[in-house]
Design a protein around this ligand. Structure first.
Ligand SMILES: NC(=O)c1ccc[n+]([C@@H]2O[C@H](COP(=O)([O-])OP(=O)(O)OC[C@H]3O[C@@H](n4cnc5c(N)ncnc54)[C@H](O)[C@@H]3O)[C@@H](O)[C@H]2O)c1
Ligand SMILES: C[N+](C)(C)CC=O
Length: 487
């Protein structure tokens, strides 16, 4: 049985409850995990509070903390294959994709390990005679970290590595349906010698464990990655003690293709934008916005390639796309497409579950292209989080940007054109945290990640990813203290 990690010990849930973890490819039980609740979360928060207040980790020399974070990266690299296979078992994504995730994850730990001792504070030129003024950064304290099921360990690494490098203690709650790689990384952090109480893992549902992390007054910061409705609840709950708040929420990401774009690349990337991990990516380019003059040819070329996408087990080398995560999520995608059809969208390819008998035990949905879409449709506005792309038309640059911005979300977007001045003009007007020119879905540790509008608050990765886990303190010193006799 997979246990939780609290105060340096592997423990079962107080209630003794467990949960079966399913392989979405065939619904086989791949593990049984402890199912914690508020009580377990309270124990973990108390352990993290004690570890922080007793100054151990937060007062280690920063380069020593950096070295520990670096050691974790090395252990992740050592166990890359085991971690990649676990991630694929748990999520259904191809092992090749999971291997790429593990390399990214090790890179994130290395990046924040390097950053740990690079901040020497800042001397401010004080306007007051006989004084000094400086700014220093300190850890925020106890961090609650809540992660989703689609990129379980990748999203965890974006929170764990900077929180540790900055000297915080933490309690993580992974998605209850995909906890396996997070559990493994806590084993690696224990092996690396992270002190007891500094990192704590509580498994279990959002409405108990997650809600406790969001409301508990001993938690100083809550960092959440997940859906917009959960994000709103957490924002409200976090107000109880005015926690620092970081929200990485959903997206409905436009991908604009101009007629002068390199045609074959744009078609290829339109597919990469939305069919990796069966479209279960926050930054999936699920809204294709194509210039009218090439629209019909583009759709023909796209459909021609989409119908050949190989579905199957993530462990089969010929598989290009795995299943969706769960029965509930599959039903959501089915309804999303059905509603789109009722709104007037045309299914150019896909639009149903596959008939292939070998796939009937998994949560599969065919890669789908919906045409005749307009911005006012729900299918264009809602985050579908499945292998579904909607296609809209535009005829001017202004219209393309207006359509792209017509969304409550602002996570990411793409522009495909050979006219770089046009691309830069569009980018300057696109209200999104990341915009790719002639590319899609790229992210790396050095660049910040996060959303405009309802896609979130704050930024992970990059310099800002560390700053999210730091408080800023101004230290003023009077060099000649004398009474001022005001009173
Ligand atoms: N912006 C990003 O970087 C990013 C990255 C990955 C995923 N996402 C988003 O995540 C969503 C998919 O993930 P999901 O379905 O796991 O999201 P979700 O919101 O259902 O769950 C995310 C996490 O929140 C927990 N949770 C649920 N209710 C809670 C509550 N009341 N209080 C506290 N925690 C609670 C869940 O148990 C889970 O661990 C999509 O919307 C996707 O766009 C965003
Ligand atoms: C942030 N990213 C793109 C790695 C995963 C989003 O779901």
């Amino acid at each position: 049985m997979k246990k939780m990690f609290i105060n340096g010990e592997w423990v079962e849930a107080c209630s003794g409850e467990t949960r079966e973890i399913l392989n979405p490819y065939n619904q086989e039980v791949i593990a049984t995990a402890a199912e914690g609740n508020e009580k377990d979360a309270k124990f973990a928060i108390a352990a993290a509070r004690k570890a922080f207040d007793h100054d151990e980790w937060s007062h280690w020399p920063a380069h020593e903390r950096g070295k520990k974070v670096h050691d974790i990266a090395i252990l992740i690299e050592r166990d890359r294959e085991e971690l990649a296979e676990l991630e694929s078992l748990d999520t259904g994504k191809t092992v090749e994709e999971s291997r790429g995730d593990m390399d990214d994850i090790a890179g994130v730990f290395r990046y924040f390990a390097e950053m740990a001792d690079k901040d020497g504070g800042e001397i401010i030129e004080s306007p007051i005679p006989n004084s000094t003024s400086k700014v220093v950064h300190e850890p925020v304290g106890v961090c609650g970290q809540i992660t989703p099921w689609n990129y379980p360990l990748l999203q965890a690494s974006w929170k764990l590595a900077p929180a540790l490098a900055a000297g915080n203690t933490l309690v993580m709650k992974p998605s209850e349906i995909t906890p396996l790689t997070s559990i493994k990384v806590f084993e690696l952090m224990e092996e690396a010698g992270v002190p007891a109480g500094v990192v704590n893992l509580v498994l279990g549902p959002g409405d108990s464990v997650g809600a406790e992390l969001s409301t508990n007054d001993d938690v100083d910061l809550i960092s959440f990655t997940g859906g917009i409705e959960t994000g709103k609840k957490i924002m409200q709950a976090a107000s109880s003690n005015v926690k620092n708040l970081a929200l990485e929420l959903g997206g409905k990401n436009p991908n604009i293709v101009f007629a002068d774009a390199e045609f074959e690349t744009a078609v290829d990337q339109a597919m990469n934008a939305v069919f990796f991990h069966a479209g279960q990516i926050c930054s999936a380019g699920a809204r294709l916005i194509v210039e009218e003059s090439i629209h019909d040819d583009f759709v023909i070329a796209l459909v021609d390639r989409v119908k050949n996408i190989e579905l199957g087990s993530g462990f089969d080398e010929s598989t290009q796309m795995g299943p969706l995560i769960s029965k509930e999520h599959l039903n959501k995608v089915v309804n999303y497409v059905e509603n789109g059809k009722q709104e007037g969208a045309t299914v150019a390819v896909g639009g149903e579950k596959p008939g292939n008998p070998e796939l009937q035990n998994g949560f599969f949905y065919l890669p789908t292209v919906l045409t005749d879409c307009t911005t006012d449709m729900n299918v264009v506005q809602e985050e579908g989080f499945g292998p579904v792309i909607t296609v809209e038309k535009f005829s001017t640059e202004e219209e393309a940007v207006r359509l792209a911005n017509d969304s409550i979300y602002g996570l990411s977007g793409g522009v495909f054109t050979n006219d770089i001045a046009k691309a830069e003009r569009c980018v300057a007007k696109m209200r999104m945290g990341t915009v790719w020119i002639n590319d899609v879905n790229l992210y790396f540790p050095q660049a910040p990640w996060g959303g405009y509008k309802q896609s979130g608050i704050g930024r992970e990765l990059g310099k800002t990813g560390l700053e999210e886990y730091q408080e800023t303190k101004h230290v003023y010193r009077n060099l000649k203290p004398i009474p001022i006799h005001w009173f």
